[in-house]
Write a protein of this length. Structure first.
Length: 344
């Protein structure tokens, strides 16, 4: 069993190792922290921590570094989230102010988070799978080209240009708009997708059917996009700058960033605490091929439910600061989405 002082020694080792990137010895702990005991006593505490596999010696030096298990104990029991400074909060507020649309807001979210933490920032889009279609608009660009616009009650907006197999006029456009709106407006995304399929079926004797079928096919594809989970990221270049912080290759991380599916699964399966914060450390990510990385995340509230925003980096990261940054950004993002929903 590790004593309470031993746990405080673990806290000191984690904090010092994250700050210096150098193995931490008993002498430096005595010098930097007010334990009021001798270096020999600290060495005994460190021996207990090593027996519990919470710290390890990276080579023959007397210093020790935290293990993934040690980081887990630190995050669960010893980490104290540091409040963001006033300039940091101002940066979040000014960076996220007045976005042009949801895509812009999500892109700004990850950019400010990577600036605050120096890590790869990740943000799940709000889920539109349970959203309802509130508006369908058709805008004529040419007699045989139409801009199709879909809007959901969860803030999702889709714009897509559709070529038509026949030429139409303004009266035809109004008829098509009314037919499509009757099929999907006020319907949940899944139900709208089922209903729109009927408009894609060929019918004889209907002059506008070719145009209706083409537009319905475009809408069906956009509804399928609404149902897919999406992830936005920023700061991938930070991995190359921090490559020395990883024990092995960073290529699995780069592949996960490119593919996104793995990161979406991992983000979705992370278990949050009572504050909506989640951490997955090192070897805990091995089933996803990301045993070299840690991810910290915070839930944010969206019209379609909850989603997550967080950062990914080496296990040697400043967990309290990164969790605090993720939480602060998530809270501001929740507020922005709530205000947007109230304004609609």
């Amino acid at each position: 069993m590790v004593t309470q002082r031993g746990l405080e020694v673990l806290r000191a080792i984690v904090q010092d190792y994250v700050a210096t990137h150098e193995p931490v010895g008993s002498k430096s702990i005595v010098e930097r922290h007010a334990f009021g005991v001798s270096a020999a006593t600290i060495r005994n505490d460190m021996a207990q921590l090593e027996d519990e596999e919470l710290i390890t010696a990276p080579h023959t030096s007397s210093g020790r570094v935290p293990t993934d298990k040690g980081y887990r104990v630190f995050v669960n029991h010893l980490a104290q989230l540091r409040p963001l400074s006033a300039p940091q909060r101002t940066a979040i507020e000014s960076f996220l102010a007045a976005p042009s649309d949801l895509d812009d807001l999500m892109a700004r979210t990850v950019r400010v988070l990577t600036q605050l933490t120096g890590q790869v920032a990740l943000a799940q889009y709000p889920s539109f799978a349970r959203a309802s279609i509130t508006h369908v608009e058709l805008v004529a660009l040419a007699p045989n080209r139409v801009l199709v616009v879909l809007v959901t009650d969860a803030g999702g907006v889709s714009q897509r240009i559709s070529p038509l197999p026949i030429d139409i006029d303004d009266a035809d456009l109004a008829v098509l708009r009314a037919q499509l709106a009757a099929l999907v407006t006020g319907r949940a995304v899944g139900e709208a997708a089922e209903r729109i399929a009927s408009a894609m079926e060929p019918k004889t004797g209907a002059r506008l059917q070719p145009a209706l079928g083409a537009l319905a096919a475009v809408i069906a594809e956009e509804l399928a996009e609404f149902r897919q989970e999406r992830l936005v990221m920023a700061g991938a270049a930070t991995l190359a700058r921090r490559e020395q912080d990883f024990r092995g290759s960073i290529h699995p991380l780069l592949e996960a960033i490119e593919e996104q599916v793995t990161l979406l699964r991992l983000m979705s399966e992370m278990v949050t605490d009572e504050h909506g914060l989640a951490t997955s450390i090192g070897t805990e990510n091995a089933p996803f091929g990301l045993g070299e990385a840690s991810i910290v995340a915070s839930n944010y509230a969206a019209p379609g439910g909850t989603a997550r925003v967080g950062v990914m980096g080496p296990t040697r990261m400043d967990y309290p600061s990164n969790l605090a940054a993720a939480r602060a950004v998530a809270r501001y993002l929740s507020r922005m989405l709530e205000e947007d929903e109230a304004a609609r």
